[in-house]
Design a protein around this ligand. Sequence first.
Ligand code: C5P
Ligand code: MG
Length: 167
Amino acid sequence: MRVGIGFDIHRLIASQESAGIPLGGIRVPCQWEVQAHSDGDVLLHALTDACFGALSLGDIGEWFPDSDATNRNRRSTEFVKVALSQLAKRGFRVSQLDSIVYLEKPKLGSYREAIRASLAGLLELEPCRIGVKAKTMEGLGPIGEAKAIAAHVIITVEPNSDDQTHQ
Ligand code: C5P
Ligand code: MG
């Protein structure tokens, strides 16, 4: 078994017309929007890095440089899919995920199951293997002032039982 860890943070800006914050592949309605080069899904970006990290394959910025115009406004689910295909190529799959989203508002409780289901679909895992937790920063710092959203993801990665090509 191997483990991978990922972190990401994005700036939030107040917006009357916000379509919501992208989080784990769903949209959480709120009065902010994320400022980002891609769609700015911190949970999926942290997951992408966790996947690359688990097999020491570098990081999201190396695989998808923000200097590359083709990455502009790219859906973060694509980043995850590329990372997963790199794991699969080496005979590995994600077997568990736990995460923390750092967000002052809104409360994520009512979106947790939708986020877990979305991550479960992406990772082809049962939702009981996916943890999604949320924390405020108690008003402290940029996240506490609702100027940013961040996420930590940790995953375990195991050899595919039907594929012995792992290194
Ligand atoms: O940050 P704090 O410890 O006050 O959070 C208490 C609880 O509120 C968390 O354990 C979580 O269940 C919930 N929470 C949430 N959405 C957030 C922040 C916290 O659902 N954005
Ligand atoms: Mg607390």
